[in-house]
Design a protein around this ligand. Structure first.
Ligand code: NAD
Length: 536
């Protein structure tokens, strides 16, 4: 319901500077040195549960360092969490928008102030992010999601059908009938905040299963929500085994929606799971998933070589390439390749890979042993492959953590798996095209990979740029012109892609919030029916 105060359009949260010598840098260093092992409970109906079934969270760049212990819920506790949601659902839905929005605003302020260093430190240590990557994620984007979701919900509620002199019409913006299952990925702390609060601000209750790999930072956010006054049971925190939690969620007739971000394969398995028992649910579940990418950078011969090289380094290697939007395939004209590749080699040689607690580190470790092993295999195969040339990097090492050198591969076959498949690591594959083949290259980009998340075009020729935008209309949900393909800002570039990259419901925008509402439209006439004959 919309009533009470109206909130103004928020501004994006400003990044704090952590330059050496600042008070912020000193405070963050202190938080990073903290050696307490945090016990992360399951929270159901406001009660914390600790179990013997625990999983350790370790720093990917320093695998000896234990940061936390996750206390996994049992199967029956996951069922209890669903029941607890149901018991509070009506009361939560009956609150005004302002009451719910206020909780999000308060949580945003807690993260912006007293939890900021803790959540940044947890994101840096738990997910191996440098501060240059953590602050925009676990502080700024997370805060933006909360404030913009609160604001955008108000825009949804304001949308009403027209009334006429003989009748008044209205839309009751009801939440879905049942609970929303939110399963969040490891790579952005902010995403966990969005997957939960977007449905919640629209009046839904949520079963939240965070990724085990980001559970520490996600837990700190959950504590902020509790402190902000989130009523018990509205969002239950269930850091359980992924398959078990999903099985229990999908076996409930009250499952009303899934809010997912993660790999395409897992989202497709969730979709199939729902489809196979669609007649068992009280309401047809809404499925919202933002998934993988094989994001392209296309350079036109008119582009500037240095700008391309820097965009590729930042787009492909920030956060070790573990962004869904990371540049992972590039198409560079032969006339520019010598200059672009030389500049990349020179700059990559200066780039520091290592401990994220040192503020001049550019890249930390990849998230897990499994990811490290996969990337090591891919790079070993690339070394043996006659159609692949290693332009830069290629090494991996596993002491003291899961490190992979930023790697540029020149691939002579444009349909090579390296140009198609998401690797989710610091590996950029480049195809060098003949300058005369601009048109063919556009078709190639559009048809090579199943994904369509982000893309960049570097081009100063307006006609060529226009043509590329047209041919690549379905190749990306977020397209960047003369910029790297990463770094979308809430409110500025609503995020999401099509094809195998997801349902493109644009996280952080009102379009996403529409998925968490099921409007009832009410007509009240001033002229009740009085005669059964037409035209009477
Ligand atoms: P993931 O698919 O492994 O995990 C995502 C969530 O699903 C986690 O909570 C995980 O525990 C759960 N999960 C894993 N296996 C499951 C299973 N078999 N059944 C049910 N649930 C399961 O993804 P990740 O490694 O955490 O994140 C990386 C992926 O996420 C990449 O593919 C990346 O492109 C994608 N991503 C996409 C976006 C976007 O906006 N499009 C944003 C961030 C990440």
């Amino acid at each position: 319901m919309i009533s009470g105060p109206q909130f103004p359009l928020p501004a994006n949260e400003t990044e704090v500077s952590f330059r050496p010598g600042t008070a912020a840098a000193a405070e963050l260093s202190k938080a990073l040195e903290q050696r307490e092992v945090v016990d992360i409970p399951t929270v159901i109906g406001g009660k914390r549960y600790y179990s013997n079934d625990t999983v350790e969270v370790r720093a990917p760049h320093d695998t000896q360092r234990v940061l936390a212990r996750i206390h996994r819920p049992t199967e029956s506790q996951i069922g209890e969490a669903i029941k607890s949601s149901a018991s509070v659902a009506k009361e939560w839905a009956s609150l005004t928008h302002a009451s719910r929005a206020t909780i999000l605003h308060r949580a945003a302020d807690i993260v912006a102030t007293r939890s900021r260093m803790r959540i940044n430190a947890a994101t840096m240590l738990g997910q191996s992010k440098t501060i240059d990557q953590a602050e925009p994620d676990s502080a700024c984007e997370l805060i933006d999601f909360l404030r913009f979701n609160a604001y955008n919900a108000q825009r949804v509620y304001a949308e009403q059908p027209m009334s006429v002199p003989t009748a008044v019409n209205r839309a009751d913006w009801r939440p879905l009938e049942g609970f929303v299952y939110a399963a969040s990925p490891f790579n952005f702390t902010a995403i966990g905040a969005n997957l939960t609060t977007a449905p919640a601000v629209m009046g839904n209750t949520v079963l939240w299963k965070p990724s085990e790999k980001s559970a520490l930072a996600n837990w700190i956010f959950y504590e902020a929500l509790e402190e902000a006054g989130l009523p018990p049971g509205v969002i239950n925190f269930v850091p359980g085994d992924a398959e078990l939690t999903t099985r229990v969620a999908l076996s409930s007739p009250d499952l009303a929606g899934i809010h997912f971000t993660g790999s395409s394969a897992v989202f497709q398995s969730l979709w199939k799971g729902v489809a196979s028992k669609v007649d068992s649910f009280r309401t047809i579940p809404r499925l919202v998933g933002e998934t993988g990418g094989k994001d392209f950078v296309l350079a036109h011969p008119s582009a500037n070589a240095s700008e391309i090289a820097i965009a590729l380094i930042r787009g492909a290697f920030e956060y070790q390439g573990q962004k869904c939007s990371a540049a992972s395939r590039a198409y560079i004209p032969r006339s520019l390749w010598t200059a672009v590749s030389q500049e990349m080699r020179d700059r990559l040689a200066q780039l520091k890979v290592g401990d994220v607690a040192q503020f001049d580190t550019f890249m930390g470790a990849v998230i897990s042993q499994a990811s490290h092993q996969k990337l090591s295999r891919v790079l070993a195969a690339a070394r043996e492959d006659a159609s692949v040339k290693i332009v830069s990097g290629g090494k991996t090492w596993s002491e003291p953590g899961y490190f992979v050198e930023p790697t540029v591969l020149e691939v002579s076959d444009p349909k090579h798996a390296l140009m198609k498949e998401e690797l989710f690591g610091p590996v950029l594959s480049v195809f060098v095209y003949d300058d005369a083949n601009w048109e063919e290259t556009l078709q190639l980009i559009d048809s090579t990979s199943p994904y369509a998340l982000t893309g960049s075009i570097f081009c100063t020729d307006r006609f060529a740029l226009h043509r590329a935008e047209q041919v690549l209309i379905n190749a990306a949900g977020n397209l960047y012109l003369n910029d790297k393909p990463t770094g979308a800002m809430i409110g500025q570039q609503p995020f999401g892609g099509g094809r195998a990259s997801g349902t493109n419901d644009k996280a952080g925008s009102y379009l996403n919030l529409l998925r968490w509402a099921s409007p009832r439209v009410v007509k009240e006439t001033y002229l009740p029916p009085r005669d059964w004959q037409f035209g009477a």
